[in-house]
Design a protein around this ligand. Structure first.
Ligand SMILES: CC(C)(COP(=O)(O)OP(=O)(O)OC[C@H]1O[C@@H](n2cnc3c(N)ncnc32)[C@H](O)[C@@H]1OP(=O)(O)O)[C@@H](O)C(=O)NCCC(=O)NCCS
Length: 176
C-alpha cells in the first residue's frame, strides 16, 4: 500500500463517505495512533468489539469521510469525522473533529482535502461549528486546522496524561 501511495504523491485524493469495508484500515490507523501518538489520549487499544462499535457508530451517524488514493488501487489513506463535542443536547450543533492519516500519506495535502470536505459535510449535516482539541505540540494538526479556517480559542495546560507525562490542549474552532 505504501509504495502505491508514494508514487501517486501530490495527486488530490478522492474523498467519500466511509463504508463498512473501510473498517479494517480505519481501525488500523486509529489503533496505531492510540499505541504510539499523543494525538489520542487513550491508553489501551480497545478490544475488537469496542472498536467495531465505535466504527459502526460513525457509519450510522454518517459523519465519517475517507480519503482514497486517486489511482487504480483506491487505497484508503486516512479518515476524518465529527461527533458531538459533549453528549448533552445543547452541544448537538457543535462537532469535535478527528483526522488521521497513514504515515506515508501525511504532508502532501490529504489532510487538508479531508478537512475541507468535512467542513462542507458538517455544514450540510446542520452543524453550527467544528472544534478541534489538539495536543499543543502537534504543529501539523494545528497548522492543518488554521489552514482550513479554524482559529485558536483556548489553551489548557496539562489537560491530558499519557505515556507517563502531562500534555497541554489547544482548542481551535471554525464556525460553519
Ligand atoms: C495532522 C494531519 C492530519 C495533517 O494532514 P496532512 O495531510 O499531513 O497535512 P497537509 O499536507 O494537508 O498540510 C497542512 C498544513 O500542515 C503542515 N504540516 C503537516 N504536517 C506537519 C508536520 N508534521 N509538522 C509541521 N507542519 C505540518 C503543512 O506544511 C501545511 O501547512 P502550510 O499550509 O503552512 O503548508 C496528518 O499529518 C496526520 O494524520 N498526523 C497524525 C495524526 C494526527 O496528529 N491527527 C490529528 C490529531 S488532533
Amino acid at each position: 500500500m505504501s509504495t502505491t501511495v508514494a508514487t501517486e504523491a501530490r495527486t488530490p485524493p478522492r474523498i467519500r463517505l466511509a463504508a463498512a469495508e473501510d473498517a479494517a484500515v480505519v481501525l488500523a490507523i486509529r489503533d496505531e495512533a492510540i499505541r504510539s501518538s499523543s494525538g489520542l489520549w487513550i491508553d489501551e487499544v480497545p478490544d475488537p468489539e469496542a472498536s467495531r462499535s465505535w466504527f459502526e457508530a460513525q457509519l450510522e451517524a454518517g459523519s465519517m469521510l475517507v480519503a482514497e488514493d486517486p489511482g487504480p488501487s483506491a487505497a484508503v489513506l486516512g479518515y476524518a469525522s465529527f461527533s458531538p463535542l459533549r453528549d448533552y443536547a445543547g452541544y448537538r450543533f457543535t462537532g469535535e473533529d478527528s483526522v488521521y492519516l497513514l504515515p506515508e500519506a501525511q504532508g502532501r495535502g490529504v489532510g487538508t482535502a479531508l478537512m475541507e470536505a468535512l467542513v462542507t459535510h458538517a455544514r450540510e449535516h446542520g452543524m453550527h461549528s467544528l472544534v478541534a482539541l489538539v495536543e499543543s505540540g502537534n504543529t501539523g494538526s494545528i497548522r492543518l486546522h488554521e489552514r482550513c479556517g479554524f482559529r485558536e480559542v483556548g489553551r489548557m495546560p496539562e489537560a491530558g496524561f499519557k505515556f507517563g507525562t502531562w500534555w497541554d490542549l489547544v482548542t481551535l474552532q471554525r464556525l460553519l
